[in-house]
Structure formats: structure tokens, C-alpha cells
Write a protein that binds this ligand. Structure first.
Ligand code: ZN
Length: 112
């Protein structure tokens, strides 16, 4: 099992002491399990309540107006979830077929 580099100074000489990882160079200590939980990728629920993750292919569950233009994205348009961000809406940073990159609300898409 190989240990990760120090989160602070990137030292490769990190060692493990029970649950903690310790860096001998800058004396930084951390709990790798806690760190993993904090950095777990965000997920969102789609129109059907399915869990969406980054990299999922989706289709639009309804017609969506493109903000600031007269363009309408039709229901069924394909998109790729590039990134998920925190928020009440517009959580999905998507690449949409024919429309480019756009923030879309999770409940307006379906996992493909
Ligand atoms: Zn360090």
C-alpha cells in the first residue's frame, strides 16, 4: 500500500500512525478517511430521482430556454455532465449537443 504525498508540502515521506497520516517535513497530520469524505464528488438527482454523477450522459426532460437568447433546447437533447456544483438550481455544468457548455438544473434532465 502506498501513502499519498503530503497535502500541504507534497513531501513523499509521509508515514502512517494508526488512523493518521503524518508528514515529517512540515509536521502536518490528517485523517485520510475524513479527507476522502470531504472530497467526495457531489451528486444530484435527475427528473426521475436517479443519482447523477460527473461524466454521466443525460437527455433534457423538458424544453429549456437558453438564457439571454431566443434559442430553445428541445426535450430529448443529449448532454454530458462535466461537473456538478452546489446550489439550488443550475447544478450541472453540461456540454449540450448543438448548444455548447451550459449550466442546467438537475431535475430538468434524465440520465441516458
Ligand atoms: Zn508536509
Amino acid at each position: 500500500m502506498s501513502l499519498p504525498a503530503c497535502l500541504k508540502c507534497n513531501s513523499e515521506f509521509v508515514y502512517q500512525d494508526q488512523r493518521l497520516l503524518i508528514c515529517p517535513e512540515c509536521a502536518f497530520e490528517w485523517d485520510p478517511e475524513e479527507h476522502a469524505a470531504e472530497n467526495a464528488p457531489l451528486t444530484e438527482k435527475d427528473a426521475n430521482g436517479n443519482t447523477l454523477q460527473e461524466g454521466d450522459k443525460v437527455t433534457l426532460a423538458k424544453d429549456l430556454k437558453v438564457k439571454g437568447s431566443s434559442q430553445v433546447l428541445k426535450v430529448g437533447t443529449k448532454a454530458l455532465v462535466r461537473r456538478i456544483v452546489e446550489g439550488k438550481d443550475h447544478q450541472l455544468d453540461c456540454r449540450i449537443d448543438g448548444a455548447g457548455e451550459m449550466m442546467v438544473t438537475a431535475k430538468f434532465v434524465k440520465r441516458a
